[in-house]
Design a protein around this ligand. Structure first.
Ligand SMILES: Cc1ncc(COP(=O)(O)O)c(C=O)c1O
Length: 474
């Protein structure tokens, strides 16, 4: 029996027709009504088929006209989905030099306005409370600097993290959490636990450039799987790759408030993704760096929620939500817990204790939730203002994502613009941006820019956006 959902079977069917040239670029795609008639499917199945093909980048909806076949590499939306044409074999990442040169150039420049940061402005974090907690913790623990803590980290903090996860219907136990130096260390540990150099790891495309750097540093090969602003990783494309000749050892996914797309995977996709990875014995590494910054009061579900086989490694961080300077993150590695704990011990021992004490004293109180609520409202406002500013000053045809939380906007410039050229021109006048090219090994995102909205909108920011617009219009 074919267990692939009907809409996927149909989407595959049409995808093959497009690939083989039976349906050609520019041609009108069968209407929803015709599909319902010819394939005897419901309205929602027919609509889902079109959505899958849109995500795949081969279908374009034209207002009041219908759906048309389009060139897969011609973007129709802010975050186009590209076909996985060259993606049937893994490749060494090789991105790091470009990333490093971008980061180095930024460090050398005198920055007046930084749109490249994914952090919130310092004044938005509860710094005074954390500082007071630190002083209190030191007073109460005279021997703190003379002793070492456990490799796994402060148990009170781990208990708080496990309790908080429950509200997102995620079952973590404190005993199986290891506190890390941010999500960066958590992801490094996860990859070291389940892969060997030369193995292939899949990521979303585009994805956070730091992940590409980690993969490169561990001598892993990478497969990029298309992802969209609407629903994150494309499951159809992933399924095809999982069925292909390349053994995919692990997959790193940012399901909630993706960096840079801002996407949130629908629950049904999350469930299916977990199932797919279990079926293909591919370890799923969940990067939940931004989940707590969602606009809504109700927490987002995690991939971990659907993990029935202990086949998932959950990684998260407090660096965006609470205190970038403390570098605290955590990992819950399921059946790889013992190995991850051993690797953490051999790599860096336990994280230092003072910041964990200060953070637990805050996160264990209702004030933490109140603080997060205020932060979310502020970020929503900042994103709206920033987005309006971009659309006001950037060239006609610019498109901006509308994420439901977080600090990031993914901006698509008209195709003729190079975000790398903009990056250098902007740096000359003290403005830092993240050029789209560093979020993939491919050249597909060269006309995209990631803009951070962590800082309150001000005349200075407005002027900087205006300057970027002027540079683009030169
Ligand atoms: C998606 C994603 N994962 C991981 C990280 C690294 O997080 P940390 O600063 O906690 O190491 C970042 C930082 O920007 C990120 O955006």
């Amino acid at each position: 029996m074919n267990t692939t959902p009907l809409y996927r079977q149909l989407a595959n069917h049409y995808l093959n027709a497009i690939r083989s040239g039976t349906l050609k670029t520019g041609e009108r795609f069968p209407s929803i009504r015709l599909m319902m008639e010819k394939h005897a499917v419901s309205l929602s199945t027919a609509v889902q088929v079109c959505r899958e093909l849109e995500d795949y980048g081969v279908l374009e909806a034209r207002p009041r006209s219908g759906n048309y076949i389009r060139q897969p590499d011609t973007p129709a939306r802010p975050a186009p989905i590209n076909p996985p044409a060259p993606l049937d074999t893994g490749v060494y990442v090789g991105i790091h030099e470009q990333v490093s040169s971008v980061l180095k150039a930024s460090q050398r420049a005198t920055i007046k306005v930084n749109f490249a940061s994914a952090y919130c402005a310092p004044q938005l974090y509860p710094l005074k409370t954390l500082q007071d907690n630190m002083i209190k913790a030191l007073r109460q623990n005279h021997h703190l600097f003379g002793t070492t803590g456990s490799t796994a980290g402060n148990i009170a903090l781990r208990n708080i993290l496990a309790r908080r996860a429950l509200t997102a219907k995620t079952h973590l136990t404190a005993e199986r959490i290891v506190i890390t130096n941010g999500a960066t260390e958590a992801i490094n540990l996860a990859l070291r636990a389940v892969t060997s150099p030369g193995d292939t790891v899949a990521v979303e495309s585009p994805t956070f450039y730091g992940l590409l750097q980690i993969l490169e540093s561990l001598n892993l090969r990478v497969l990029e799987v298309p992802a969209s602003t609407r629903s994150g990783i494309n499951l159809l494309a992933l399924e095809q790759l999982l069925q292909g000749p390349e053994r995919i050892k692990a997959l790193i996914v940012i399901p909630n408030l993706h960096n840079p797309l801002g996407s949130i995977m629908p629950d049904a996709n999350k469930a299916r993704l977990v199932q797919l990875c279990a079926e293909h014995d591919t370890v799923l590494i969940e990067d939940d760096t931004y989940g707590d910054l969602v606009d809504t009061e109700q927490p987002l579900s995690t991939l971990k929620h659907w993990d029935r086989n202990d086949n998932l490694i959950y990684c998260a961080s407090l660096n965006k939500t609470l205190a970038p300077g403390m570098r605290l993150g955590w990992i819950s590695a399921g059946k790889w817990h013992d190995r991850v704990e051993m690797l953490k011990h051999t790599q860096s021992r336990g994280c230092e204790a003072l910041s964990q004490l200060a953070v637990s004293a805050f996160m264990g109180t209702p004030s933490y939730e109140r603080y997060l609520r205020r932060l979310r409202i502020t970020l929503t406002q900042q994103r709206v203002q920033m987005s309006a500013g971009i659309l006001r000053y950037f060239p006609e045809g610019t498109r901006v994502t509308n994420p439901q939380g977080g600090t990031l906007l993914w901006v698509e410039l008209p195709r003729e613009h190079s975000s790398m050229a903009l990056f250098h021109a902007a740096l000359n006048v003290g403005i830092q941006i993240s050029p789209g090219g560093i979020f993939s090994n491919d050249k597909r995102f060269d006309h995209f820019v990631r803009i951070g909205c962590g800082t309150p909108y001000s005349p200075k920011i407005d002027e900087a956006l205006q300057t970027l617009g002027r540079l683009l219009n030169l």
